[in-house]
Design a protein. Structure first.
Length: 394
């Protein structure tokens, strides 16, 4: 296993990570937080337009202190299947009716289609529910702004399923970066899956994960420049289209974006199908003055480290080694850590690690790519224009 200097030894880190992901609350609930009584929970999905995200229908299963009371889904057959799967005692075709009758305190907004997230989330917040939402959080910064304001006004907590943020291996990476393993962070190179969704769809669906991790490791971005192409030409504001998993308007089949971060760090995001074989697994490479880290993103991510090597007559060989093999590998439930943290955040009256604010930042970074590409200049954060760059009203 790769050795690296750090203040906390590996055994201590594994122990602390286990405690954190087990969701052990060490403080009493804050004043006004829900009591020890079981919290009423509900799931909202739409199987007529796809599945329930990455298992967001099952996040309340076998969870102490939580009682699943209902599922809502406008598709009759899908709703019946979902109710059987999660053992929901009641089911509704209309989520509004469910919110009114059941008054859940916890709601999972499970559908992948982000175009539905805003109206459902707003209704759930107004009914008094804390939210766990599939990503991307919303389709525009304006929608996110309104949801965050509503949650703040009502003292409610929103978590967005950017689950890699709390993966123990990525928390470990964050720790060793702070301790200087890579030296000064100079550059981050991010690549989407670059499959049939290459371009704008990849930017929103996978890019939102990557942008969330960039911010976790390097801080808030300051500016963005970009080029977005459609069949070889630069996009225009009329090139927006809707894809099967409706995540709002997308454009382009190739995206090349650059971001500036604090302390001079730069980052890029690329999605182009012709690069898929050479860039390999979707994820981020972090280039520092003393070494390189590679995040291979997935439901259960992994991290590798490469130390510098010298050129010789035979060339140069640089080996990638796992950061910590004990923290990698398949997780039995990738939502487990984020959901526990969300529930603790509710009890402790704090923001979840996978917060709505973090989810909103990921959406804003996506929108900044389009604004920069369409203007031919830099987008600066926070964006002044909060609407979608591809919408007719922008």
């Amino acid at each position: 296993m790769l050795q690296q200097p750090h203040r906390m030894n590996r055994r201590q880190f594994v122990k602390s990570a286990a405690v954190a992901t087990a969701g052990l609350s060490l403080v009493s609930p804050a004043p006004g937080a829900p009591s020890a009584a079981r919290l009423r929970a509900a799931v909202i999905g739409h199987t007529g337009r796809g599945d329930y995200g990455h298992s967001l229908d099952t996040i309340f299963a076998n969870r102490p202190g939580v009682e699943l009371v209902a599922v809502a889904d406008p598709d009759d057959a899908g709703r019946a299947r979902a109710a059987r799967k999660i053992a929901a005692p009641r089911q509704y075709a209309d989520y509004r009716q469910m919110l009114e009758k059941e008054q859940p305190q916890l709601v999972s907004i499970a559908m992948r289609q982000a175009d539905q997230h805003y109206p459902i989330a707003l209704a759930a917040l107004k009914s008094g529910a804390h939210l766990y939402c599939e990503k991307p959080f919303t389709t525009t910064p304006a929608e996110a702004d309104q949801l965050l304001a509503e949650a703040k006004q009502r003292g409610l907590k929103i978590a967005v399923a950017h689950t890699m943020r709390v993966a123990p291996i990525l928390q470990r990476l964050k720790q060793v970066l702070a301790e200087g393993l890579l030296g000064h962070l100079v550059e981050m190179r991010a690549y989407g899956k670059q499959d049939a969704r290459a371009g704008g769809e990849d930017l929103m669906v996978l890019g939102s994960h990557l942008f969330d991790l960039m911010r976790m490791l390097a801080g808030d971005p300051q500016w963005c420049t970009a080029q977005v192409l459609w069949k070889g030409r630069e996009i225009s504001a009329t090139d927006g289209r809707v894809v099967q998993d409706n995540v709002g308007l997308v454009a382009g089949d190739e995206v090349f974006a650059q971001f500036g971060f604090p302390n001079g760090a730069q980052a890029s995001f690329v999605s182009a199908a012709k690069l898929r074989e050479t860039t390999g697994h979707w994820g981020i490479e972090l280039h520092g003055s003393k070494g390189v880290a590679r995040i291979n993103c997935d439901i259960s991510p992994n991290v590798f480290i490469r130390q510098p090597a010298s050129w010789g007559a035979e060339g140069k060989t640089e080996d990638w080694k796992p950061l910590d093999a004990a923290l990698a590998g398949a997780a039995p439930d990738h939502n487990a850590g984020p959901v526990r943290d969300w529930l603790e955040a509710i009890a402790q009256n704090r923001e979840p690690e996978c917060s709505g604010a973090n989810g909103a930042w990921a959406v804003e970074m996506v929108m900044s790519v389009y604004w920069a590409a369409l203007s031919g200049g830099r987008s600066h954060f926070p964006l002044k224009m909060r609407t979608h760059p591809l919408s007719k009203g922008s």
